[in-house]
Design a protein around this ligand. Structure first.
Ligand code: PMP
Length: 384
């Protein structure tokens, strides 16, 4: 499982890197530390020893371990940003959207089928999907690869990641047959990464604090689910795997989401330029410009181009600023990952995403020092 986002590498603990190594393999969102440091005590949460002792949060709800304060913060933020419809949906909380993805596979796979249901996603796809789908060899579901080449006339689960990890493009389902169950992974459907076009309105939608606010270590995600039976089965999965989800983490996540909303709705309580999505959009825009300048200097690489469109949240017109750069080695270089490793830049090669080795995925969310070192080094790589 060395390809999961968080699997530790010997070099990854220090932001400066070890021996000049720059590690941009994982999507660790430490870029956001600086913003939250500036927020100071605004997000401090105090939990006394007598609080949150019970397993239960609200036993009248399908997801009985969901903290009401966290549920309210989710609904408020989606209404503010306009990126998802929350009405007539069940909210299921998970230990990261990773647990919710597993809960969903369990919840939507046919229970009494003679063979596992196929799980597909259009290449290039998030490299953890095949690993998570198959690691228990459950017999319920099986990874079946690239959705573009899936031609079996039988039920399937299609994972739609929009905007996509690794390449940043908006996505829609591609298989387009009636027996499909769609899971929409909206980890990156936030206005620092892509213009919000309309509130997403699908049956099963996944979100996470990891990539929206940067709090990957809090391990909190949420699913918006239309169907009560699916929400119940997801809850059953989480009950059997972890008997619920840390309340301490939910309370912390609630506070963070509240401050994100406050930073836009009560601007006078915040300094100029400190509205969360303004600040993070500006960071991403600056980083993408810096990366594109470095790529132009080097002439050995290319990046995808994103058309501009208007964002209903900010009113701004811009082209996507993805959390990952899907970099292509031009010319003779067939193994871009090894080539960059030779320059002490660690990335994840295209093959892990069901694509070509000419591509690598590079995290755009490290700390400033690491990102600056990276673009400086990239711009100096010339063909020999
Ligand atoms: N889905 C996608 C597309 C991701 O990129 C990630 C994180 N890299 C996840 C899900 C998992 O996020 P979490 O930290 O919430 O488990």
């Amino acid at each position: 499982v060395t390809l999961l986002e968080a699997s530790p590498q010997p070099f990854s603990s220090s932001s400066k890197g070890f021996d000049g190594i720059i590690d941009l393999d994982h999507g660790d969102p430490t870029m956001y530390e600086r913003y939250w440091l500036q927020m100071g005590d605004k997000t401090t949460v105090v939990i006394n020893g007598w609080q949150f002792i019970s397993y239960f949060s609200d036993v009248r709800k399908v997801c009985w371990f969901l903290e009401p304060e966290f549920a309210n913060a989710i609904i408020r933020l989606h209404k503010l940003v306009g990126n998802a419809i929350t009405e007539e949906r069940y909210i299921v909380v998970g230990t990261g959207s990773t647990q919710l993805f597993q809960a969903l596979l369990y919840a939507v796979s046919p229970p009494n089928s003679s063979k596992p249901i196929s799980v597909v996603s259009a290449a290039p796809f998030y490299s953890s999907y095949p690993l998570i789908t198959d690691f228990l060899e459950s017999g319920l579901h099986k990874w079946a690869g690239d959705a573009y080449t899936f031609s079996k006339d039988e039920p399937y689960i299609e994972l739609v990641t929009s905007p996509n990890n690794p390449d940043g493009f908006p996505r829609q389902a591609v298989v387009n047959r009636s027996q499909g169950i769609l899971i929409h992974d909206f980890a990156y459907y936030w206005p620092q990464y892509i213009p919000i076009s309309s509130p997403a309105d699908h049956d099963i939608m996944l979100f996470t604090v990891s990539k929206s606010t940067g709090h990957a270590g809090t391990r909190i995600g949420w699913a918006l689910v239309k169907d009560r039976e699916i929400a119940k089965k997801m809850t059953e999965f989480i009950m059997l795997s972890t008997i619920g989800v840390s309340k301490d983490s939910q309370i912390r996540a609630a506070k963070i989401l509240q401050v994100v909303s406050d930073s836009h709705q009560y601007k006078s309580n915040f300094k100029e330029g400190q509205a969360f999505f303004e600040h993070s959009y500006n960071n991403m825009a600056r980083r993408w410009k810096q990366l594109r300048d470095a790529v132009n200097m080097s002439k050995l690489f290319s990046l995808p181009d994103f058309p501009s469109s208007s964002c209903t949240f900010s009113g701004r017109t811009f082209g996507s600023l993805p959390a990952f750069a899907w970099l292509k080695c031009e010319g003779e270089i067939d193994d871009c990952e090894s080539f960059l490793r030779g320059h002490k830049i660690l990335t994840r090669g295209g093959k892990h995403f069901g694509s070509s080795g000419k591509y690598v995925r590079i995290s755009m969310l490290p700390r400033d020092e690491t990102f600056d070192q990276f673009t400086e080094r990239l711009s100096s790589i010339k063909s020999s």
